[in-house]
Design a binder for this molecule. Structure first.
Ligand code: HEM
Length: 234
């Protein structure tokens, strides 16, 4: 029996990850993920059609679509850390779809609010957005997500150029902060922060990891650029 040295374990893990990676490259994964992400919306429509959304279906629809927007945002932002930490390069090809699902759920959330809460009256919607800060914060997050969804196509990426596209897509970090603030503000009235803390923790970790990685990369670039102590001019 082979001894379980740390090298042995690392090699086995690498092999497992290579298997997962090649499974992720398979043809079924994308359509499967597409259907899985669509399932909450389908269940909500089904629940509404069969009167199974409780005593206040309008509120249930607005809140559930808000919850799913936030969950999709967490999943979309988890792709890069998982890809890097687990060496699952195949995850990269799922990122765009997950990002577009964030937009899909926020549009549903906005439509539910505009239709079921505001009766699709543009002046009522505008004054409510101006009057209630937590709605204004949510709406700002929606506005910031719009150019990201609009430029997620290959042609837009080519037209913008990779550097500018990447810079634009950093707006998603502001969206994450606004999303937590929106949720926090909404729950502040009820003094109920348990779920807000969970999402703030997840999104804080995902953004913190990126910050840590950017700082480490900058430090190692600076270290390479700097002369070694024994070569430094005196
Ligand atoms: C990225 C953008 C957004 C995210 C992540 C988000 C997320 C959420 C979440 C998690 C909730 C609470 C659900 C719960 O209590 O379980 C919520 C509630 C709500 N959101 Fe959003 N939202 C966003 C944008 C918007 C926009 C654009 C509007 C409207 C202009 C909006 C209006 C509302 C309303 C009216 C509620 C329900 C408040 C209540 O029931 O008292 N949200 N949202």
């Amino acid at each position: 029996m082979p001894a379980w040295t740390s090298r042995n374990i690392t090699d086995n893990l690498r092999l497992e990850m290579a298997h997962v990676n090649s499974w992720l490259l398979g043809r079924v994964v994308k359509p499967l993920l597409f259907l899985l992400c669509l399932l909450p919306a389908f269940l909500l429509v089904y629940g509404a059609a069969t009167d199974q959304l409780g005593a206040n279906p309008a509120e249930a629809l607005i809140r559930s679509t808000g919850d799913w927007t936030l969950r999709m945002l967490c999943v979309a932002l988890a792709v890069t850390p998982l890809r890097v930490l687990l060496r699952l390069s195949a995850l990269a090809r799922l990122r765009r779809m997950l990002g577009l699902y964030v937009y899909f759920y926020v549009v549903l959330h906005l439509l539910c609010y505009a239709w079921l809460d505001m009766g699709l009256d543009p002046s009522d919607i505008a004054s409510d957005i101006a009057k209630r800060p937590f709605i204004l914060v949510g709406f700002t997050a929606f506005v910031l997500l719009t150019p990201l969804a609009a430029t997620s196509w290959n042609r837009a990426i080519r037209a913008l150029g990779a550097a500018r596209w990447q810079l634009l897509h950093r707006l998603v970090y502001a969206v994450a902060v606004l999303a937590v603030l929106h949720f926090f503000w909404m729950r502040a009235g009820k003094n109920n922060f348990a779920e807000v803390q969970v999402y703030a923790g997840i999104l804080g970790t995902l953004l913190g990891w990126r910050l840590w990685r950017a700082v480490s990369a900058q430090r190692s670039r600076a270290a390479v650029g700097q002369p070694r102590i024994d070569q430094a001019p005196r």
